[in-house]
Design a protein. Structure first.
Length: 163
């Protein structure tokens, strides 16, 4: 009898110990998996595992990825569109029609007398007038895509040829 009792005591304490151990394992497992599900991959990982291509229908807005790629391409290769035009290029494509011929009474390129008072007024004034327009001089000389720097480059080119 006492032998049986001893057996049961040992048996149940081992079983109890195992049960507690099992519960501890379950708790550890739950903690670990909740950490896993909270895990957010870094942006770079998301970037690397994104699908190679994205389908979009004409008229829909482009997926962000495509826009980002274009922006990167434009930014680092200095794509034709992003490259600023030289003063001479801007002059030839936008200003020559009037300033090369004197059309609309525009002060002609090379006409130092016509340019002297304008040059005397300073680049800031000329740039402001050319940007806003002045009488028959249309705003930005109609080069709507020209930046201030490109417009100023064109004026510098004209001035350089007219002194
Ligand atoms: C449609 C004809 C026309 C075009 C195109 C044109 N201009 Fe003019 N521009 C004029 C006329 C006319 C004047 C003289 C305005 C006046 O003084 O009344 C003038 C004046 C100017 C002046 C002198 C402004 C001042 O302060 O006196 C600058 C600088 C100038 N143009 C720059 C440009 C540049 C740069 C371009 C090209 C991006 C350009 N223009 C294209 C007609 C034109």
């Amino acid at each position: 009898m006492s032998h049986d009792k001893e057996f049961f005591t040992t048996f149940f304490s081992i079983m109890g110990g195992l049960a507690v151990f099992a519960i501890v394992l379950v708790i550890i497992a739950l903690t670990l998996t909740s950490e896993v599900s909270d895990y957010k991959p870094d942006e770079i990982v998301v970037e690397n595992i994104k699908p190679v291509g994205e389908v979009y229908i004409a008229g829909e807005s482009e997926p962000e990825a495509a826009q980002a790629t274009e922006a990167v391409v434009a930014a680092d290769s200095g794509g034709a569109a992003a490259e600023p035009k030289s003063g001479e290029q801007v002059y030839n494509s936008n200003c020559m029609a009037c300033h090369g011929t004197g059309a609309a009474d525009a002060p002609k390129l090379g006409d130092a007398a016509a340019w002297a008072p304008r040059i005397a007024a300073g680049m800031d004034t000329m740039l402001a007038n050319a940007t806003k327009g002045l009488n028959a001089m249309p705003p930005k000389g109609l080069c709507m895509s020209c930046s201030d720097a490109e417009l100023q480059g064109a004026i510098e080119y004209i001035v350089g040829q007219s002194q």
